[in-house]
Design a protein around this ligand. Structure first.
Ligand code: 5RP
Length: 219
């Protein structure tokens, strides 16, 4: 299986985790796109979705799948989304597609987070993939200085990119994240930071990992 086939396999496997008659949280990215395409085949069995980005909402609507505003629903049974990195403890780095804030919000509103990823995303330690941080534009320099002071690494502005919330992204390169929960807390505490891409304080509940020999379930 190539990488896309592995992504497709986990997207298909995630359908098992869809709770009929409920609202499903839907993530962003190429793996989430495969999941959206799979979800289309059972769209009559769910009440609808909440999307973590404008792009995913458009793709869902294109399939005729109802998309609700998060404020219009009572709850979400399960959130299904990809990741840029995951450890075996299901601590994640997300936000490669820049949707980290809405992803964290939809994940927080969901009873369960099922992460879907190909085997290249499983790592021993997080940080090789540059850690995305969404920042209020006027705080860019302040936040970059504070990041260097408090956790090190090299924050780099994602050029020409604006989030769905109208903010910028700083990608922190050259990090070796020994304590993901602590690092997430430190970044959350920096004034001007909207969200950081670490999902460690509230990790995924299940990781469906696409491997050469099939889909592995890690819980
Ligand atoms: C988007 C994300 C994605 O889940 C992450 O970037 C993985 O993307 P892909 O499925 O394309 O590898 O966090 O903000």
């Amino acid at each position: 299986m190539n990488q896309d086939e592995m992504k497709q396999a986990v997207a298909k496997a995630a359908i098992e985790y869809v709770v009929p008659g409920t609202i499903i949280g839907v993530g962003t990215g190429s793996t989430a796109n495969f999941f959206i395409d799979e979800l289309a085949s059972i769209k009559g069995k769910i009440e609808g979705t909440v999307a973590s980005s404008v792009a995913s909402a458009e793709r869902l609507k294109g399939h005729g799948i109802p998309v609700f505003d998060l404020n219009a629903v009572d709850g979400i049974s399960v959130y299904i989304d990809g990741a840029d990195e995951s450890t075996k403890h299901l601590h994640l780095v997300k936000g490669g597609g820049g949707a980290l804030t809405r992803e964290k919000i939809v994940a927080a509103a969901s009873e369960k987070f099922v992460c879907i990823a190909d085997e290249s995303k499983l790592v021993d330690r997080l940080g090789k993939f540059p850690l995305p941080v969404e920042v209020i534009p006027m705080a860019r320099s302040l936040v970059a200085r504070e990041i260097i002071k408090k956790i090190g690494g090299e924050p780099v502005l994602r050029e020409g990119f604006t989030t769905d919330n109208g903010n910028i992204i700083l990608d922190i390169h050259n990090l070796d994240i020994m304590d993901p929960v602590k690092t997430e807390e430190i970044l959350n505490d920096i004034t001007g930071v909207v969200t950081n891409g670490l999902f460690a304080m509230k990790p995924a509940n299940t990781l469906l990992l696409g491997c050469q020999d099939g889909v592995k379930v890690i819980e």
